[in-house]
Ligand binder design. Sequence first.
Ligand code: HEM
Length: 320
Amino acid sequence: MLSEDLADPSGSARDFKDLVWCIMVEAGNPNLADYFPALKKIDPQGSRRRMTVYFTKIFELFDGLIEKRLRDRATVGSIRKNDVLDTLLDAREDKSQDVDIFLIKHFLLDLFVAGTDTTSSTIEWALSELLHNPEKLSRAQAELDRVIGKGKPIEESEIARMPYLQAIIKETFRMHPPVPLYLPRKSGLETKIGGFTVPKGAQVLVNVWAIGRDPSIWKDPDVFMPERFLGSEIDVKGQDFELAPFGAGRRICPGLPLAMRILHWMLGSLINSFNWELEGGVKPEDMSMEEKFGITLQRAQPLRVIPKPIKGMSQIKVKS
Ligand code: HEM
């Protein structure tokens, strides 16, 4: 995967993560120029200026990765990675598709900006909630032990046999939806919803976060209770509007199937292979669970934990 290149220890991973968060914050900031187009040129909040800097930096990062890959591919005897970048470069070389470097860079931008922060913050929230609620963590670990065996690597096919792990991911999405207001949308027609008229052309922001905390929909909405999803038909695929963290309809997140695989596999692996200790002897009940909002939602205080390998842990294998 190209993400391996972005995860090298030389610092590009940190730069990338910081840049993505800056873009998320900026995209989530209300911008006067969006409402008064005459202000666009003046850019009164400096939003466009800052975004230009972030995107330029991110493209420089991609340029470096692409150039390195092109050099590697030209070196006789080098081993191909066969990842998304190789596939796109193949299409460009054999001219089977109308693909050029400009398109590759923008495609990578879409995939990595939309797919990294959302996935990592879901894992961080899920682990935080489990450490905040140790009895839920024990229950999840007991399920993993029963189905997989303590410390053993998880196969994707086994996730279907772990309803509690699935319920944890759903409950995390309910309380901490990674894209709390979706992306801004514009109504194509005048529409009536719940007695309100939404005029044609109005900007529509759906408050997914508030839906997840609505006491008329959820009992004890501020309590982390994966059990509420055991035996429930509610799913996150855009059919059940009370829990739709990926959106719904034609513009539903195209990364949903990938994200759902990664999330269960990663969270399951983390809690099946390690016990976790809060840094500095913080007690579970004293953990900060404060949120901060960009266009995505993150922990206000990054989770700081110490992994303790579980006895008998096998090497986690990453399948390409
Ligand atoms: C926890 C993981 C994720 C969540 C909760 C999530 C959620 C969302 C949401 C809510 C939207 C906007 C839908 C709307 O406005 O109607 C969206 C759009 C999008 N997502 Fe995701 N996403 C996740 C992971 C990913 C991944 C892994 C990828 C790709 C590798 C991805 C790619 C995209 C793209 C390209 C769009 C824009 C689609 C469009 O504008 O039509 N997402 N996502």
